[in-house]
Design a binder for this molecule. Sequence first.
Ligand code: CTP
Length: 423
Amino acid sequence: MHPRRVAIAIGGGIAAYKVCELISTLFQSGVEVRVILTRAAQEFITPLTVATLSRHPAYTDENFWQPVHHRPLHIELGEWAEVLVIAPLTANTLGKLAYGLADNLLTNTVLASKCPVLLAPAMNTEMWEQLAVQRNWQQLLLDPRYHSVGPGTGLLACDRTGAGRMAEPSEILVAIQSLLHSGGKRDLAGKRVLISAGGTREHLDPVRFIGNPSTGKMGLALAQAAVQRGAMVTLVHGVLPGADLTPLPPFPAREGGKAPLLQGEGLGVRSIPVVSADQMRQAMLENFPEADLIVMAAAVADVKPAFYSEEKLPKKSLPAALPLAPVADILAELGNCKQPHQILIGFAAQTGDIVTPALGKLEQKKLDAIVANPIDKPDSGFGSDRNTAIWIDRQGRQLEIPPCSKLEMAHHLFDFVLTLNSF
Ligand code: CTP
């Protein structure tokens, strides 16, 4: 396998320092990185910094007329890159790109390339909210070549709290990895994807609960991958340690069976936090009728304490044996009310033989496919950043997904969904 090739163009903003971390992480994960710095970017970080991190000389406008392999640098770089990232994207570069202008190495490289371009804007809130800047931003995103990540809202270097903060390097990394996988295709555009993630907690009192070790990483990766591929994603999730999900309003309802023209990416993931299986069931049932594709990645409880105390129970009042009550099987319920156009996918976290029980669940819960997921292997299952599985579907396919990151696994699963006859 050849290493993947990513070009990063750094604009003149304080967020430039965060891009150093991104370059370092990409290099450490085996990706070849070439870096362009605009003149203004060099006020914040030096070519030496990025050259050291990427193990390759950095490019600036000084190099514009220095050919590589006897070819102009911007052409060579533009053709070399599989993905071109602009981070931070300033108002000035945004304006130039929106108008197709090219007056430096960065803008010439963009125009001389065909690969997907990932934009990570960063600027002061006043600047970001200017009508002209917003017009340029909307204009640019009309071109399917451009993909966006952020900006987020938070404390800015100008001591103001508002919109304009560059996406975190970890978010940009996820977007790059997605673009490397999909080549920038939005093959889930217009699709509404409903995903459940994380574990549920069945409380006995406000402090104690029956839970499981799920961290929601697989469900979150599915949401990120689907959004990058153009889907409108609703994520119903249990408690997700460390995840920073901004609550967003729900998508507009379909009118007369027709979906309003919306593109998932940039709209972000609609997240619905829940705690218990009953709350997850309610949120899934509410959002199910609108969904085209439903992936139940959550680790849902099978039983809950038969009683709940509003007050914390003193130790001495705790029962020696806890009476339990069953919890509804959400996936089976969805399978029973599924419409022919809907695709329903479950997960089966198993130890030992993973295929036989998964085949049973595929049948019993009336699924289109199930992801048989070993949880007794290193590098797989609960809490791990990596996973391995066997995709089993109603078309009789059993496709093995070798160990990979959870984001890669999410993309493989959507690749399989796209090949289902009924999708
Ligand atoms: N599931 C669900 N509601 C439940 C339990 C499970 O929707 N109350 C879903 C899970 O999200 C998963 C699938 O059903 O997609 C299979 O879950 P799993 O825990 O592997 O199997 P169970 O059906 O609970 O059966 P068992 O525990 O006996 O293996």
